[in-house]
Each structure stands twice: as C-alpha cells, then as structure tokens.
Design a protein around this ligand. Structure first.
Ligand SMILES: C[S@@+](CC[C@H](N)C(=O)[O-])C[C@H]1O[C@@H](n2cnc3c(N)ncnc32)[C@H](O)[C@@H]1O
Length: 438
C-alpha cells in the first residue's frame, strides 16, 4: 500500500469555491484503487467559517491563525502529515484515474527522482508537443514544473528545508524552480500522470489575487532573492549591479531615478537616500524610496532644489526628452557624481521603437556633441548603460567629436556606435575604475 499526503491550501469565499474543492476531493477519492493507494487529503483553509464536515473526503481540515500564505499553508500541511509521498496541490483541480500510480511508478524506478509534476488532459492529448510523452527532466516553470501540482518525496524537505514563506501568493512556483536548481534536485514532468487544472478559478476574487500590490511585492521579493544567481547563471550583469557598483565604488549616498515603472530597479538600488520620479508608474511601494514624485521629469526638475550623487535616466525614451533629462540632471549632479542612461545600445533598428530603447542613443550622442568635455563609457549590458562621469579612467584617449545631430541615422550608428558611445566591457570598466586613485 502506498501512502500519499495531499495538501490543498484553500481560500474559500463562497459556495462556488467550496464546491470546487469538493469536486477535487471527490475525484481524488475515486482516482486510485483504495487497496493499493491510500490518500490522506489535508485541506488548509483560510476561511474561518468553513467547517470540517463541508469537506467529507478530507482527512484533516486545518484553519491556521494569521495571514494566508500559499507556502505557509503548504508548510503547515507538511508538518501535520507523515506519509513518504506528498502532493502539494491547488484546490481547483480534477484528478484522473491512475494519476498517482503513474507518478509513483517513476519514483520507484528512479530513486534519485525527488520531485515531479503531472500534465493536464489537454497536454496529454497533444503529446506530440512534448515529444512522445514519457518523462521530461528539468526545472523550467510551465514546462517541467506545474506550480499547481508538485509531487515530492518527504525527504526532499530534509534537503531544502521548509518552503519560503515570504512568497504568499505569487512567485511560489518560480521560487521552487530556483530551489530545484540550487540544490540540484531531480524533477520531472510525468506525462502519463493527468490532473486537470481549472486555472486560478478558485483564487479569482481572493484579495491577494485581485490586489496588484501583492503581485508586485512578491515579484520584487523573488528578484531580491534570486537576481544574483540568475545573473551568474547567464554570466551577465544588469542595471542594478552597475548602479550598486558605482554607489559602492564612489561612496554615493543620494540616488535619483527618472522613470521607475514597477520599482524593480528603485527597490534594489542600495543608496542611503532614494528619490523616484514617474508620472505614471506601473506600481510604486512607499518602502522602495524615501521620496517619490508622480510627475514627469520636466515637472520634477522645475521644482527640485536638491543635488544627487547618482542619477539614473530611464524615463521617456524620446531623443529630445533624453537630451533635456541629461541637461537638467547635469545641473543638479553633486561634484564627482555620475549619470547613467539606460537603453543606449539598441541591438537592431526595430529596437528604436518608443516601447523599447526608443531614440535614447540619439539624445545621448547629441548631448555629447554639445558637451565634448564630458567623459563617457557605455556598458553593453541590458541594451546599453551609458555612464557620464568626470575622470573616468575608461574615457577615450582622444576625445571623439561626434557628427552633427542631423547627420545621425541608423547606418551611421551601426558603423560607429563603439566610438560614439565609447563602448567598454564590464570587466575592463570595473578593473580600470577600481584601480584608479582619485
Ligand atoms: C523603461 S520604464 C523604467 C524602468 C525602470 N527604470 C527599471 O529599471 O525597472 C520607463 C518609465 O518611464 C516613465 N515615464 C514616461 N514618461 C516620463 C517622463 N516624461 N518623465 C519621467 N518618467 C516618464 C514611464 O511611466 C515608465 O514607467
């Protein structure tokens, strides 16, 4: 007899949602031969009024004190059970016959397999899409890993510890993918195990699913936790790393970001005092900056009285606006400060679209043309990060005189971008700037 704990976090708000869980439990109870597989379903329920007898097929109904958290609820379920196999699953699912047997078969054949996900009926019927069916090893979200169903050996938790409870709603599956990689856990998609997922239907209407701040905050938590590993795995660098490197190297304290979007960069930059400016951010959390202006950069510069050590220009990507942002930023830059402009190296002509890099490079090159004394270096990371700073070691030996702004076109850019923007590699830049005595 195989014993399987089935842990099902629920956010029941009404009868419809309660019936979704009941359907899941009912289909579970008839999905395997009870003489061969014994399920131990545990519902972890956030609604205080849902009584145990509403879930007749559940072995336990736990109603935790405190806030809902998907990982928190799963950890509670794991702590209340002791079977060798654990299925961590959403409540908006339907179990098909033999789903568990197909999984256990693979676990028995492969003692190194620690974690697995099933497929949905649709995927199963389109097996060509996933090859000839069978087993697919890997850790990619929505390919190998289905966040709504993770089937594991209990020993897994000896290795990885409890699931990270800072992820309360969004980002749980992404976090688990990273955990698989970090601990080199063998995970697979088992295409003969079929469970249908109704697709977030149980959570629609849940305060955390409707509330964008939860999404943005969980998204940020994910990046704060995993950004470094992700960059290392790809052997690359990003704007946060560049900005934090400058802050650390030059002891900058005050930081201004023009165009903040969803605080992805603003939140991760480590400066003592941060100011954000965006007339229409996707989201802003008060905890991510000391001051925030819901204004255009022009409006902000009009009223601003402060100086800043480091200014990141990433607002409207139109050439005249970039030129104006650079002019205004230079006026309020502390002595020895730096300005960084994003999206200065579009990889092809299409990237000059306003939703991508725009014509930022034209604004930057025109500004250099009018201010030839300024020192510039451009890193290739993330479609170009151009740094303006006095006494850059990586400045050109011979100052380059760019062509007149009206001579600038894409062909010219492609042929001359290395000198137009003084492109340097991250290694060269950091090495030279680090060695400099100044
Ligand atoms: C590319 S996103 C910024 C991304 C962000 N800096 C980051 O690193 O994650 C551009 C942002 O600029 C903002 N924006 C558009 N026009 C602006 C303006 N005139 N002044 C300041 N920000 C502007 C948009 O609302 C948008 O959120």
């Amino acid at each position: 007899m195989q014993h399987i704990d089935v842990i099902m976090p629920c956010g029941t708000k009404n009868d419809r949602l309660k019936s979704i869980t009941q359907v899941a439990l009912q289909s579970l109870s008839i999905s395997e031969d009870p003489n061969k597989v014994k399920f131990h379903p545990v519902v972890v329920e956030s609604h205080p009024d849902v009584l145990g007898f509403d879930y007749k097929q559940a072995e336990k109904v736990i109603k935790p004190e405190g806030d809902f958290g998907y990982h928190r609820y799963l950890n509670i379920g794991v702590a209340h059970t002791d079977s060798p196999y654990i299925c961590l699953i959403n409540n908006d699912v339907y179990f098909y016959k033999g789903w568990a047997k197909a999984l256990i078969q693979e676990f028995e054949q492969d003692p190194e397999l620690m974690s697995a996900s099933p497929v949905t009926m649709k995927e199963h019927n389109h097996r060509a899409e996933i090859g000839q069916g069978g087993i697919w090893y890997g850790s990619e979200k929505n390919v190998h890993l289905k966040g709504w169903c993770i089937f594991v050996r209990r020993e897994l938790f000896n290795k990885i510890g409890p699931l990270d409870e800072q992820f309360r709603f969004w980002g749980c599956d992404l976090d688990y993918c990273q955990i698989l990689d970090k601990y080199r856990i063998k995970h697979a998609l088992i295409t003969d195990s079929i469970i249908d997922h109704r697709g977030c239907s149980s959570w629609r209407g849940h305060p955390e699913s409707d509330n964008e701040p939860y999404l943005w905050r969980d998204n940020l938590k994910y990046w704060i936790k995993w950004r470094k590993q992700t960059l290392e795995a790809k052997n690359t660098h990003d704007r946060v790393e560049v900005l934090n490197w400058l802050i650390h190297r030059y002891g900058y304290k005050t930081y201004l970001e023009i165009g903040t979007s969803c605080d992805w960069c603003l939140a991760q930059v480590k400066a003592e005092n941060k100011t954000g400016v965006d007339p229409n951010p996707q989201w802003h959390g008060a905890e991510n900056s000391h001051v925030f202006y819901y204004k255009t950069s022009d409006q902000f510069f009009e009223l601003n009285q402060r100086q800043y050590d480091l200014i990141f220009i990433d607002g409207l990507h139109e050439k005249d606006q970039v030129y104006r942002d650079l002019t205004n930023a230079q006026k309020i830059l502390s002595p020895g400060g730096a300005i960084v402009v994003h999206d200065t190296l579009p990889p092809n002509e299409d990237y000059q679209a306003s939703t991508r890099c725009g014509e930022t490079w034209k604004g930057v090159v025109s500004y250099r043309y009018d201010n030839p004394e300024l020192h510039v270096a451009t890193l290739p990371e993330e479609f170009g990060l151009t740094i303006f700073k006095q006494n850059l070691e990586t400045r050109e030996e011979q100052p380059f005189m760019p062509p007149r702004p009206d001579e600038l076109d894409w062909d010219f850019f492609i042929r001359n971008k290395a000198s137009l923007l003084n492109c340097v590699s991250w290694t060269k830049f950091t090495l030279k700037e680090r060695l400099k005595h100044y």
